[in-house]
Design a protein around this ligand. Structure first.
Ligand code: PA5
Length: 494
């Protein structure tokens, strides 16, 4: 029996997750005819994604050193013996999380791009803004967590060190005699990224000087290859005896949130790893359906592809209505930009494909960007993200009855006001044929987050097929790296 209820212009899964595409599909938008004209290409794209899922092979995909490379992210939700995530590897992650509980005061997670953006999503959704100000009891013994290495910012790096040293003092003043313990979790697939490693070295050196009041331990997350292929970070970890987790082969940074890269942050703060992967797995099963109107990853890709190619909508504004989902939009920026922003197709013909991703947050950016979305160039799809049910949801009180305008909004829940704002924005855009769509998460939890992120990742694989570009490489980022390396060397020699 299908686990999908069909509703006009939306796909609702059994879990309640919903893709509402009515404002992107219909007359004056992407039409049914547009979609049926593409039927053959869509069927081929589905076959290619199925082939990727079963073999890891993606036509034309080469690694950075120009050798064929498998694409394995679709295996990650399946925790099985012999898979990239196995019962043992998940148990090791959970043990790591437990080993921090009530022992380590603070974790600093170092990483950038695919070694940071997914981790920030998991942290924000699980911990929110005030995690580091909560008591240990409120954090259930899990450590505070800061990010670093996601920029080479001298001031923030210095201030993070100052902040930690102040915390060390506070712990001593508090009469707690045991040393302040910091775990530095260094995440880098290549093991030598400038941003990550430079800030790690600065902070490691600064903190180590304060032993024995401050104890530092390091965990490395990197390519596990041994011998000649070993990354710098792996070699260091072996030399120093640091524990390690793996960035598996065949999983690019932007797809690594479902691997040990993302899950290590989940473990540090107690996010439910099983639920997160279970959401991804259930979405993967749904997206094996060849019927485009029952496969949300495929439908999302097809509608956005047609919107871009036929209607010139080559900007995608990703707009969650929730502060703590802003980092999902930031994660999606990398996923979309690095995967689909390609100069050539797989035959080497110049195509300059891709949609420019934009981060927006509702309602915040209705007071900043919406003017441009509503009246600017007709070159955008606005992708909304809605949370249907909120755990914490105050009622607006009637505290100033003498002010009728304020009294009018009283008795509403904040979530109702939020959704009225989102729906009004969507309808206003629609009234002028401005393309938009909506993902609805029934609740903000690990399971539905897993569903959403996996759908977006798989959708990228479909769109790569439709556009005939390699969605799994990023040759464009080498251009600045070729210039940067020698310049750093010259600077040092001077
Ligand atoms: O997606 C990518 O490949 C990049 O964004 C990388 O994740 C980023 O450059 C960090 O690389 P590394 O994990 O090797 O330090």
């Amino acid at each position: 029996m299908s686990n999908i209820k069909k509703k006009q212009s939306s796909i609702t899964l059994k879990s309640g997750f919903c893709f509402e595409y009515g404002n992107l599909y219909g007359e004056s938008r992407v039409t049914e005819r547009d979609v049926s004209d593409l039927a053959e290409q869509v069927a081929l794209a589905h076959q290619a994604v199925e082939h990727m899922r079963t073999t890891g092979e993606v036509r034309g995909h080469l690694s950075k050193d120009a050798t064929p490379e498998r694409v394995l992210f679709t295996q990650l939700p399946y925790v099985e013996e012999g898979n990239l995530n196995s019962p043992n590897s998940i148990a090791k992650l959970k043990d790591f999380g437990k080993s921090l509980q009530n022992r380590v005061d603070t974790v600093i997670s170092f990483g950038i791009g695919g070694s940071y953006l997914g981790n920030k999503v998991l942290f924000d959704v699980h911990c929110g803004e005030f995690w580091n100000s909560k008591t240990k009891i409120e954090r259930e013994g899990y450590p505070k967590l800061y990010f670093s290495g996601n920029n080479i910012d001298p001031r923030r790096t210095a201030e993070l060190i100052e902040h930690l040293l102040a915390e060390v003092q506070l712990k001593a003043i508090d009469g707690q005699n045991d040393p302040y313990k910091v775990a530095l979790v260094v995440i880098s697939k290549s093991g030598g990224t400038l941003d990550t490693m430079s800030t790690f070295m600065v902070i490691y050196e600064a903190l180590c000087q304060h032993a024995p009041k401050l104890e530092v331990e390091v965990v490395a997350v990197t390519d596990p290859a041994e011998g000649e292929k070993s990354t710098l970070l792996k070699k260091l970890a072996d030399e120093k005896g640091w524990p390690t987790f793996s960035v598996p082969d065949g999983v690019g940074g932007r797809f690594s949130i479902f691997s040990e890269v993302g899950l290590v942050t989940a473990a540090c703060v107690g996010l439910d790893i099983d639920e997160f992967l279970s959401g991804a797995r259930d979405m993967d099963v749904v997206c094996q359906n060849p019927d485009i109107y029952e496969n949300p990853a495929m439908l999302n890709a097809v509608l956005k592809f047609i919107a871009a190619e036929k209607y010139g909508r080559d900007i995608e504004v990703f707009m969650p209505y929730a502060d703590y989902l802003k980092s999902v939009a930031e994660w999606y920026v990398q996923l979309l930009a690095e995967s689909l922003g390609k100069r050539t197709d797989r035959e080497g013909k110049e195509v300059f494909y891709g949609r420019t991703p934009i981060v927006a947050v509702g309602t915040t950016d209705m007071h900043a960007q919406t003017q441009q979305h509503q009246d600017g160039k007709r070159n955008k799809v606005v992708q909304f993200l809605q949370v249907a049910e909120w755990d914490k949801d105050a009622v607006i009180p009637d505290v100033f009855p003498s002010a009728p305008k304020l009294s009018e909004i009283s008795t509403l829940h904040l979530s109702q006001a939020l959704e009225v704002a989102r729906a009004a924005n969507a309808d206003a855009l629609l009234s002028d044929d401005r393309f938009n769509a909506n993902f609805v998460l029934p609740k903000l939890n690990a399971y539905h987050l897993g569903e959403l992120l996996y759908l977006l990742a798989l959708s990228i694989a479909y769109e790569g097929e439709l556009a005939n570009v390699d969605a799994f490489d990023q040759p464009g980022v080498e251009a600045y790296k070729r210039l940067m390396g020698p310049r750093l060397k010259t600077l040092r020699e001077k």
